[in-house]
Write a protein that binds this ligand. Structure first.
Ligand SMILES: [Zn+2]
Length: 370
């Protein structure tokens, strides 16, 4: 006699064996029912899918690794001056278009004032877009930038407002209404702003504002003062005159467009890329500019137009020279207040900055970074 536990185990094992055998038989039967042709096509289908996936990923990898070719407008010119590139250049400054990928945070709703440290390749437009606010809002929240939005340096800490508008430090004696009036905004929007509600006492009557604390003025704005460009340089009477037909000064992508506070365009490409004269003219200035432009060239086209080339790594002309349209004048760099190699290019017509996009002839380069 077996004891009950052993008997049960034996039965369970026997049952399990039966089930196992049955399943195995079913599988064989099923396999026999499915025709060889069907199974073959199914296998081929899977193999084809795998091959397609491999091919696609191969193409992607190639596309990513292929170096970008930029047409060099002066590649065929002879006797190019030798350019000394800084061998100790910060590799962080190498921000070749297409290589840099921003891993920005998804735009989740921010309610706080955010501190942001400027990274290589940043400009005000890019930073603003990353935080979902207008470039003006970033400028207005960072005092010194108001005069020169290009004056960014890597590591510089910026204050980013929670929403678009004016982020203002409350002064003694100010009220919500006086602030709303000053920045042409709606007082209700200030009261309704969740950030303001955590800082100021809106429940008291009258509301109490914390002095020297931030207040967000949603939709607020500050006036834009258009600056006239002053020149003291004298251009000789017989200086070469431009054709009034302007060409793109370098082969690059547009990393920052022209906007109210950015009086030119930023054209990004690697350090050393050729920069050419946008039109024929007289080279008025070649040298260092202290206001942030770094190594800078000014070309007077003799017809009211002046072009500015900033942040250059090297010069290929001297002041007082006459240049032809498309002639090499320098190389892209990151000198002055700059976060990475790019050409800051301005076109000033009769003392007023104009948007070069729309004036420069030829294909407009693609945008990069945004
Ligand atoms: Zn610029």
């Amino acid at each position: 006699m077996q004891d009950p536990t052993t008997a049960l185990t034996t039965r369970v094992n026997a049952l399990a064996n039966q089930i196992f055998e049955r399943v195995a038989n079913l599988r064989i039967e099923h396999a026999n029912n499915v025709s060889l042709f069907t199974r073959l096509t199914a296998h081929l289908g899977v193999i084809a899918l795998v091959l397609i996936a491999l091919l696609l990923s191969g193409i992607q990898i190639q596309a990513q690794q292929q170096p970008r070719n930029y047409d060099d407008p002066v590649a065929e010119q002879e006797n190019l001056p030798e350019i000394n590139l800084d061998p100790n250049a910060n590799p962080q400054n190498d921000m070749r278009p297409g290589v840099v990928i921003f891993t920005s945070n998804p735009k989740k709703e921010r309610r706080d004032v955010t501190k942001y440290a400027v990274k290589a390749g940043d400009n005000v437009s890019v930073i603003a877009a990353r935080f979902g606010v207008t470039p003006d809002s970033v400028i207005w929240a960072n005092g010194p930038l108001e005069d020169n939005p290009d004056a960014l340096t890597i590591g510089q800490e910026l204050v980013i407002p929670p929403v678009s508008g004016v982020l203002h430090l409350v002064q003694k004696g100010e009220t919500v209404q006086s602030i709303a009036t000053r920045f042409k905004a709606d007082g209700t929007a200030i009261f309704n702003d969740p950030f303001n509600q955590t800082i100021h006492d809106f429940k008291s009557s009258p509301p109490v504002l914390a002095v020297n604390a931030y207040i967000m003025v949603p939709g607020g704005s500050k006036p834009i003062v258009v600056k006239k460009v002053q020149y003291s340089a004298t251009t000789p009477q017989n200086a070469i005159k431009g054709t009034s037909n302007f060409q793109w000064p370098t082969a690059a992508c547009i990393s920052q467009l022209y906007w109210a506070r950015h009086p030119g365009i930023d054209l990004a490409n690697s350090k050393g890329t050729a920069v050419v004269a946008t039109d024929a003219g007289y080279v008025e200035f070649v040298g260092w500019d202290n206001s942030g432009y770094g190594n800078m060239i000014l070309v007077n086209h003799g017809n009211g137009a002046i072009s500015r080339y900033a942040h250059l790594a090297a010069f290929a002309v001297e002041a007082g020279a006459s240049v032809k349209k498309g002639q090499l004048i320098g190389r892209i760099g990151s000198t002055g207040r700059s976060t990475g190699p790019h050409l800051h290019f301005e076109l000033i017509v009769n003392g007023i900055h104009r948007n070069p996009v729309g004036i420069l002839k030829g294909n407009t380069p693609r945008r990069c970074y945004r």
